[in-house]
Design a protein around this ligand. Structure first.
Ligand SMILES: [Zn+2]
Length: 394
C-alpha cells in the first residue's frame, strides 16, 4: 500500500530504497507519492522533514486525503528510488517536540497552566498557556524543573490504541482531528505524561540534553513561553562564546568587568563631547571673524568636517558682523563623500540667493533648495575653495 509511514515503524531510518508511485503538480509545485516514506509530513505543530528523493531535494511534505505528497525541486519518474532523510533536522525536531511534551506536562501538573497551542519554529519553539505571564524567577524555576526530568532520563514510548480505549486511559489530549478513524497513536513519557500525538520524538529524555526557557510574554489572552532544547541551546552557547571573545579582544578585560569598563568609557566620551562642543564654538567664533574680514559682499569658505548645523551657526555669526554680506559655505565629509552647503544673505544683503544656490548645487552635484535669504542642500562632493569662489563669482 502506498504512503506507508515508515517513520512510525522505525524512527531511526534515515535512508531507504523505495519507489515513486505517482507524480503530479499542484499550486505548491511538483510532488511525488512514495510506496514507503521516511519523511514526516508537517502536522501537529511540527514542520515537515526534508532530504532527498533520488536526485531531487525535498522542499516540503504534506499529508492529505490524496496521500503523502513530497514536494520536490525537479521532476521524478515513477519507479525505484533511493530516499535520504536530513537526519540532523529530524533529530532537532524530535528534541524540540519532546521538550514541548515535557514542558506542557510540568506546567499543567505542577502549576495549573494548560497548553493551548504549540509552534516549532526555525529558531525557537513556543507554547501558549492559559493565564498571566510568569515572573522571571518563576520561569527560571520551571526551567530547573524540566531539566531535572531530563537528568532522570525517562523513557519516551509510542503505541497505537483503538479510539474506544482512550476513555479508559489517563490521556491528555486536545482531541482527535475531525473525521479521524482507526487507531490512535499515544506517546508516553514514563510516569509523567500520556498524550495523543502523531509527531516524532526522542526515545529517552536524556537525548534532549538541556532546555532553556528564553522568555514569556502576553499573547492572545494567555501567555506565550518560548524555549530552546538540545542542540539549539548548545548553538546558543557557542554564539554567546563568539560574542564574548569578540568583546574580550576589543575591551581587553575579563567578561565580569565589561559593564564597569563600558560605563567608564561612556563617562569619558560624554566629557570629551562636551569639550569638543566648547572648542568648536571657540573655533567657529575665530573662523567667523576671519571670514567676515574678507573683501567684497560675497564671502565663501570650504570647511570639510562641518555639518549643516555647524555651517548655519557659522553663517549666523558672520552675518552679525557683516549684515550687508551673503555667505556661501560648503562642509561635509570627504570619505565617504558627502557634502553639505548653505547660501545665506544677511539682513541687508542684496545678492540673488537662489541663483547662487543653484550654481553651488550644480558644482557639488548636490540636492537642495530654498527661499528668501536661505538656500541649503546636501550630497555630492566637496569642491576646492578656488572652484567654489569661481562658481559663485566672488
Ligand atoms: Zn508529540
Amino acid at each position: 500500500m502506498p504512503d506507508r509511514k515508515l517513520f512510525y515503524e522505525d524512527q531511526a531510518l534515515a535512508r531507504h530504497a523505495t519507489a515513486v508511485v505517482a507524480a503530479g503538480r499542484d499550486e505548491r509545485g511538483l510532488h511525488v507519492r512514495l510506496d514507503e516514506t521516511i519523511f514526516y509530513p508537517e502536522g501537529g505543530g511540527q514542520p515537515a522533514d526534508l532530504g532527498r528523493i533520488g536526485a531531487a531535494s525535498v522542499l516540503d511534505v504534506q499529508s492529505g486525503p490524496e496521500g503523502v505528497l513530497h514536494y520536490v525541486d525537479r521532476e521524478l519518474a515513477v519507479g525505484p528510488v533511493e530516499t535520504v532523510l536530513d537526519a540532523g533536522r529530524r533529530f532537532d525536531h524530535c528534541q524540540q517536540h519532546t521538550a514541548q511534551h515535557l514542558l506542557t506536562a510540568v506546567l499543567l501538573d505542577h502549576h495549573g497552566l494548560a497548553t493551548t497551542s504549540f509552534h516549532l519554529g526555525a529558531a525557537t519553539t513556543s507554547i501558549e498557556v492559559k493565564g498571566p505571564a510568569p515572573s522571571r524567577d518563576a520561569l527560571r524555576a520551571f526551567e530547573r524543573e524540566v531539566n531535572a526530568y531530563l537528568r532522570e532520563d525517562r523513557r519516551v514510548t509510542t503505541r497505537w490504541v483503538e479510539p474506544g480505549a482512550l476513555a479508559t486511559l489517563p490521556v491528555r489530549s486536545r482531541g482527535l482531528p475531525e473525521g479521524h478513524t482507526g487507531p490512535v497513536r499515544l506517546v508516553e513519557i514514563e510516569g509523567l505524561d500520556l498524550n495523543t500525538c502523531g509527531g516524532t520524538h526522542v526515545s529517552r529524555l536524556g537525548e534532549i540534553q538541556v532546555m532553556e526557557l528564553i522568555g514569556a510574554e502576553p499573547a492572545r489572552g494567555g501567555t506565550r513561553i518560548t524555549f530552546l532544547a538540545g542542540g539549539r541551546v548548545l548553538a546558543g552557547i557557542e554564539k554567546s562564546r563568539e560574542i564574548e571573545e569578540a568583546l574580550r579582544a576589543r575591551i581587553g578585560t575579563a567578561p565580569g568587568e565589561f559593564a564597569s569598563i563600558l560605563d567608564g568609557w561612556n563617562d569619558e566620551r560624554r566629557r570629551l563631547e562636551r569639550r569638543v562642543r566648547e572648542l568648536e564654538a571657540e573655533a567657529a567664533a575665530h573662523a567667523a571673524q576671519r571670514l567676515a574680514a574678507q573683501e567684497g559682499a560675497l564671502l565663501t569658505a570650504v570647511r570639510p568636517g562641518d555639518g549643516p548645523e555647524a555651517l548655519r551657526a557659522l553663517a549666523n555669526e558672520i552675518l552679525v558682523l557683516r549684515p550687508e554680506a551673503t555667505v556661501v559655505l560648503v562642509g561635509g565629509t570627504v570619505d565617504p563623500p558627502g557634502a553639505c552647503f548653505l547660501v545665506q544673505a544677511g539682513p541687508r544683503g542684496s545678492a540673488d540667493v537662489s541663483a547662487i544656490g543653484g550654481r553651488v548645487r550644480e558644482l557639488l552635484g548636490a540636492k537642495g533648495g530654498g527661499k528668501g535669504p536661505l538656500f541649503q542642500g546636501k550630497g555630492g562632493t566637496i569642491p576646492s575653495a578656488e572652484a567654489l569662489a569661481g562658481a559663485v563669482g566672488s
